[in-house]
Design a protein around this ligand. Structure first.
Ligand SMILES: Cc1cc2nc3c(=O)[nH]c(=O)nc-3n(C[C@H](O)[C@H](O)[C@H](O)COP(=O)(O)OP(=O)(O)OC[C@H]3O[C@@H](n4cnc5c(N)ncnc54)[C@H](O)[C@@H]3O)c2cc1C
Length: 520
């Protein structure tokens, strides 16, 4: 039996811990309460070829189209072929997916899926149903759980990851292990507007970067077109526009009709950019979503969750248009892994949103991310049986070595302390839905002038300061990646390079320059 640390308790971390606990000693650490994660807020559902009129091949084809030429075909095949079994595992664990009047699994239809294949639970509360069922299962399994345990950094010895450094309410401590599975999610909090909860500060990706792991495709961040423009940015489903709601500028005029022939029903990234462009023209003020034509009874019956959220924020959306903004939603980039979660560092695995298997390419197909977590976390837990060392030899990718991260910032005197709100606004403005070389270069210079309070690792840094350090490191990396990709593809749009270029039909990979890594 080997000792394994799992970092994070969303769907990916819980599945990895459950599966690994059968054969290994597992310690699960998570920075907040066990159930807190992006997972618990997921609404629409999980896509999988579970139905007789659907096929794995069709799901593969849809995923490849969404990925805009950058999907890793092997990762996509694994996702779509193994997905149905992993969804059945959830059903066996007690996740009560919604059924139709015949008692069969109900299935939703989402944009860019050529078949109805999205299963959901509690209407629009799929993530919560999964999270609670998995938390209950982990609590019954032999897994040592540490809540409120913030991973500060990975422990690296002789080039291999051998544990984690934690900040807990009782102070700093180090936990040793034979392997670490990162399942710490994305970094929506990099942006001024995001659907992601407060825990989503990219800590795992930043720690892997500092440890020398190869990261990939960081320039690809998916923005959801419509979130309610209030703190926390709750999602307003695309289905609302599908039912006939329209988008209005602050003067009450429709603007999407001038952007795309399909207007409000254009592809997700087109609508998101259309809204962002209109917001820029009205000094950042949110646009309006007018659903009043749908009628009060219909809205309450079809969208009970959104109706409740609107009411909680003082909006009566049956009577008045509501303010909406795009919001950072899902990171296609992350720690580069193979299809069994192996990273470029021996002893380090990455699963779920923290990882970049290449399965989503330049843009994620809706409802493929819960599935990604299920499939690849399961595979990583089983890959542990094949040995914990020497995984670097099995990984085929090599990153372009670039200096970066908070340590570089320390060299630029005088540096001023990073302010999280300013950082998030800068990322939104320069590295959000519209990007160009001038704005990105200026953002890079601004980021270089900032330092994080926690840069001195002996300091008694707080969790918030450590998160700021991570966001600063990741902000620099996203900007760098966005500068380097001189084309537009999927979620990455450069107004100075609006076309897709065959010269960039490849993944981007980066790792920290070793000399810089040795600075402290
Ligand atoms: C509002 C919303 C709706 C969505 N709807 C859908 C949908 O319908 N279908 C779909 O497929 N996807 C959807 N997604 C995306 C999907 O929810 C996520 O991609 C997926 O849940 C990621 O799972 P994960 O386990 O990798 O990470 P998460 O669920 O984000 O879990 C990460 C975990 O790591 C912990 N953690 C982070 N940093 C540290 C640290 N330093 N130390 C210790 N612990 C740490 C966190 O506390 C958390 O427990 C949605 C996302 C959002 C935000």
């Amino acid at each position: 039996v080997s000792r394994v640390i799992v970092v994070g308790s969303g769907v990916a971390g819980l599945i990895a811990a459950l599966e690994a606990s059968v054969r290994h000693e597992v310690v699960l650490v998570t920075k907040s309460q066990l159930a807190e994660s992006n997972t618990r807020y997921a609404q629409g559902g999980i896509a999988a070829a579970l139905f007789p009129d659907d096929s794995v091949e069709s799901h593969i084809a849809d995923t490849l189209v969404a990925g805009a030429g950058l999907c890793d075909p092997e990762a996509v095949r694994v996702l779509c072929a193994e997905g149905p079994d992993r969804v059945r595992d959830l059903i066996a664990l007690g996740v009560a997916f919604d059924t139709d009047t015949n008692g069969e699994l109900a299935r939703g239809h989402e944009a860019a899926h050529s078949h109805k294949r999205v299963v959901h639970a509690g209407g629009d509360a799929t993530g919560l149903a999964i999270e609670l069922a998995l938390v209950a299962a982990v609590q019954k399994a032999v897994v040592e759980v540490h809540e409120n345990a913030f991973m500060v950094d990975l422990v690296v010895a002789d080039g291999a990851v051998r544990g984690v450094e934690l900040l807990t309410p009782a102070g700093r401590r180090t936990l040793a292990a034979d392997a670490v599975i990162l399942a710490s999610g994305g970094a929506g909090r990099l942006y001024a507007h995001t659907t992601n909860p407060a825990v989503t500060t990219g800590d795992g990706i930043a720690a892997a970067w500092r440890a020398g792991a190869v990261l990939g495709d960081l320039e690809f961040y998916q923005f959801h077109p419509t979130s309610l423009a209030v703190p926390g940015n709750p999602l307003v489903s695309e289905a609302v526009r599908g039912e006939g709601a329209v988008l209005l500028a602050s003067d009450g005029s429709r603007f999407m009709t001038g952007v795309h022939p399909q207007a409000e029903l254009a592809p997700r990234d087109v609508v998101a950019r259309g809204i962002a462009g209109q917001m820029a023209r009205q000094d950042g003020a949110p646009v309006l979503l007018d659903a009043t034509g749908l009628g009060r009874d219909f809205l309450a019956a079809r969208f009970p969750g959104i109706t409740a959220v609107c009411e909680a924020h003082g909006f009566d959306w049956a009577a008045e248009p509501i303010p909406v903004t795009p919001a950072a939603h899902y990171w296609m980039g992350g720690v580069r892994t193979d299809t069994e979660g192996r990273t470029s560092l021996p002893g380090l695995f990455g699963v779920g949103e923290v990882a970049c298997t290449g399965v989503h390419g330049a843009n994620r197909l809706a409802s493929n991310s819960l599935l990604e977590s299920l499939v690849f976390a399961w595979r990583a837990a089983h890959a542990l049986d094949d040995g914990l060392g020497g995984v670097a030899a099995a990984t085929p990718f090599e990153g372009a070595a670039i200096p970066g991260g908070s340590r570089l910032g320390e060299e630029n005197e005088p540096a001023s302390r990073v302010d999280r709100a300013q950082l998030r606004q800068l990322m939104w403005d320069a590295a959000g839905l519209y990007r160009n070389a001038d704005a990105l270069e200026q953002a890079a210079a601004t980021l270089d002038g900032w330092t994080a309070a926690s840069a001195d690792r002996s300091a008694a840094a707080t969790v918030a300061e450590l998160e700021d350090r991570n966001l600063l490191d990741l902000g620099r990396l996203v900007v760098r990646s966005a500068v380097d990709r001189e084309e537009s593809r999927g979620a990455h749009f450069r107004s100075d390079f609006p076309d897709t270029s065959a010269a960039f039909a490849h993944h981007s990979s980066y790792r920290l320059t070793p000399e810089v890594a040795l600075v402290d």
